[in-house]
Design a protein around this ligand. Sequence first.
Ligand code: NAD
Length: 474
Amino acid sequence: MEEFNNIINGKKVQSGATFGVVNPANGNVFAHCQIADIPMVDRAVAAARAAFPAWSKTSHDERKEKIHALGDALEANMPDLMALVTAETGKPMAGLNGVGSGMEVGGSMAWTHYTADLDLPVDIVQDDDVASVRVFRKPLGVVASITPWNWPLMIAIWHVIPALRAGNTVVIKPSPLAPLAIIRFVEMANQILPPGVLNVITGDASIGAALSEHSDVDKIVFTGSTPTGRNIMQAASTNLKRLTLELGGNDAGIILDDVDVKDIAPKLFAAAFHNNGQTCACLKRLYVHESIYEELCQELAHLAKAVVVGDGMDDGVELGPVQNKAQMAIVMELAEDARANGGRFIAGGHAIPGNGFFFAPTIVADLEDGARLVDEEQFGPIVPVIRYSNIEAIIERANQNDNGLGGSVWSRDVAKATALAQQLECGTAWVNDHGAVQPDAPFGGIKQSGFGVEFGSYGLEEYTSIQTVKITKT
Ligand code: NAD
């Protein structure tokens, strides 16, 4: 069985203790990973610190070239990386609406190349006979990246690439539930980057906590759950680390009464169920006008019953398993609660027997705000469809949630939908679409979905501090 290592200062490092990585499609351990210990956290941060002065002084052109080389390495290793992502997450190679390991690795390549070419221009605030005032963007130092299991490689790329591009060095701690594609990427990257610029250490919450507290880490970029985000924020206060927190979501989709139900049902279904609902910006609550409620429910139920669920390695599979047992337990608990509180299950509602963590794609009608499945993030293949009658009041209902990641409004009347979408309390509002992200548009949450943004120039700037240089001339 293959063993994966920590990588510090360009070298594989072993603690002697390992953990198994499980394939959620069959419940079997298929690889082992070395667990980092606390001294290794110190060694990794020290390696990143030692590499920082030289890396931060490389020219923009040199860093662009190296980061494009990382994108090329991802491409050259695409089949291997796709197989690792599918084995460790369960997501299909292709998947529903093309969302699978191919998209994860392809997206990683696209983000890498796009971000490589971004610039951090000097802002000239004043330049006259009296003074010159220029604003520079400088790298922060050592960035710690802590990642979740749902899009392991893609999210790592979203963290690591802008951090490196801005001139920082990085220690990444992947989720122990899906660390393998990231470790493989860091191995490749260390053929391209100087030693110490990108390090990986694996382990559970204790390793993440040690990084979050570490006095020589300058910034943490974290993607994961809101409770963990709170812990990290507290730990980061010791030395006032910069933070980007991309936390949970409970995105609402508001469906107005004028839509073409048959046309939008597959789009809504894909936005809710791609990656088995395990994407931060999946549609997680659907508010549907009463005039089309029953028709849309039936279309969604039909799609849920027809979608192909199975081992992501098999051709034609659209949805894989839930990624881990604990997440499966949350999904089952929310289903039970919905059933006990009057939810009408019009598709699914049960685990699929076998050794894998499979749950039948589930549509629950007739729930109201206040039910746990509506109010809480389910992060799995079960979606509540809520009836409404009053368009004026619906935005307020959707906004009555602690999360504020994304939201969408669906209508033939684009102007009306856009005006409503702008009233949603969320970082990204989509019209007649949901969850689509791109490397040049900022993405991030408000409220308890976190703060800070990723992607594009806005995202790159989060890996810098500002230095204003004033030259007085008179
Ligand atoms: P999680 O919070 O359980 O774990 C994420 C990472 O944090 C893991 O690497 C874990 O080991 C580490 N960790 C746990 N406790 C820690 C601590 N005290 N200190 C430091 N690190 C610690 O999240 P998860 O279950 O892996 O991911 C699912 C969650 O991530 C969902 O809520 C989802 O919405 C969210 N998510 C958000 C986005 C976004 O962009 N906003 C994207 C993907 C996932």
